[in-house]
Design a protein around this ligand. Structure first.
Ligand SMILES: [Zn+2]
Length: 303
């Protein structure tokens, strides 16, 4: 079956200034577009005379100036961070130095776990290890400001510390890199976990927000339908990987070879990590076997 997900690749270009996307929300797109960031990281300003800033963005002078400009004479009362990737959290420190607002949000970056032989010291280069929140928000914790009410919604999976934020006044969710309209999320160990990612999608299925504002690209409209599609897409992938293992492809490089024939060698490690993320989850659920813990260089079988 040829299963497809409809992605909205509507361009959301950096304009060097804040654009109003709803009556309470403005967005600034950072000039850091690329294969993993689409047109750039979206920073959101919520409120009017008092503001909460979601994901200040990468360490970038142009983006910082645009942010300062957009804040103008308003007060920033909270700096919120979805996760500690370098395209989302680093500018929180400069913004705090300027405004004195507390950095609230996700936990600091988790130490990487070993994935296999020779992999022990290979740490995820995309992590912002200097991120220090003033307070880590608990599930359901509410941040209130003049005109806005934001609730912390833990959504681990893309990274284990990933948080989303629900804006009650507009029935909207700032979904970070967990759910995006332009592409599926990268779910790759050691930072990411497929089991957690799927569980976080189920958490969102039980909620009622009607629009998501992601960390990259335009909004996710009809999010319930979209999230159901994401769950279906990953389950199809999981079924294909289980079939390969069942057919006798017992090692990750072999499965990658079969599933991604003709893949650019530069993307092979990413593909291997994605297959590994699924295998790790299948092992935990007892659907695929391996000796001990799942590893990048492990052997896998069914039954
Ligand atoms: Zn990310």
């Amino acid at each position: 079956m040829n299963e497809t997900l409809a992605f909205d690749r509507t361009l959301v270009e950096p304009e060097g200034r804040a654009i109003a996307v709803s009556s309470l929300v403005r967005r600034i797109v950072a000039p850091n577009g690329g294969p993993f960031t689409f047109t750039g990281t979206c920073t959101y300003l919520i409120g009017q005379s008092e503001l909460a800033v979601v994901d200040p963005g990468p360490e970038n002078d142009v983006h910082f100036d645009a942010l300062v400009d957009a804040i103008g004479a308003s007060t920033v009362s909270a700096i919120l961070v979805t996760h500690t990737h370098k395209d989302h959290s680093p500018l929180a420190r400069r913004l705090q130095a300027l405004t004195g607002a507390p950095i609230l949000g996700c936990a600091p970056h988790f130490a990487a776990r070993p994935l296999g032989e020779g992999e022990t010291n290979r740490l995820d280069a995309s992590a912002d290890r200097d991120y220090r929140p003033d307070r880590i928000l608990a599930a359901g914790e509410v941040i209130e400001g003049k005109g806005f009410t934001l609730e912390a919604v833990p959504t681990p999976g893309h990274t284990m510390n990933h948080l989303s934020f629900a804006l009650a006044e507009e029935n909207a969710l700032f979904s970070g890199d967990h759910v995006m309209a332009w592409s599926t999320s990268i779910v790759a160990p050691p930072d990411g976990s497929m089991g957690a990612y799927m569980a976080s999608l189920e958490v969102l299925m039980a909620r009622s927000e009607t629009v998501y504002w992601p960390g990259h690209g335009g909004p996710v409209m009809e999010p319930a339908r979209f999230v159901r599609g994401l769950l279906h897409h990953r389950r199809m992938r999981e079924a294909t990987i289980t079939e390969r293992v069942q057919a006798g492809d017992r090692f990750i490089p072999l499965i990658v070879e079969r599933l991604y024939s003709g893949l650019d060698p530069k993307l092979k490690r990413a593909a291997a990590l994605s297959v590994f993320a699924h295998l790790e989850d299948l092992v935990v659920r007892g659907l695929v076997q391996t000796a001990g813990e799942a590893r990048l260089d492990g052997e896998y079988w069914v039954g």
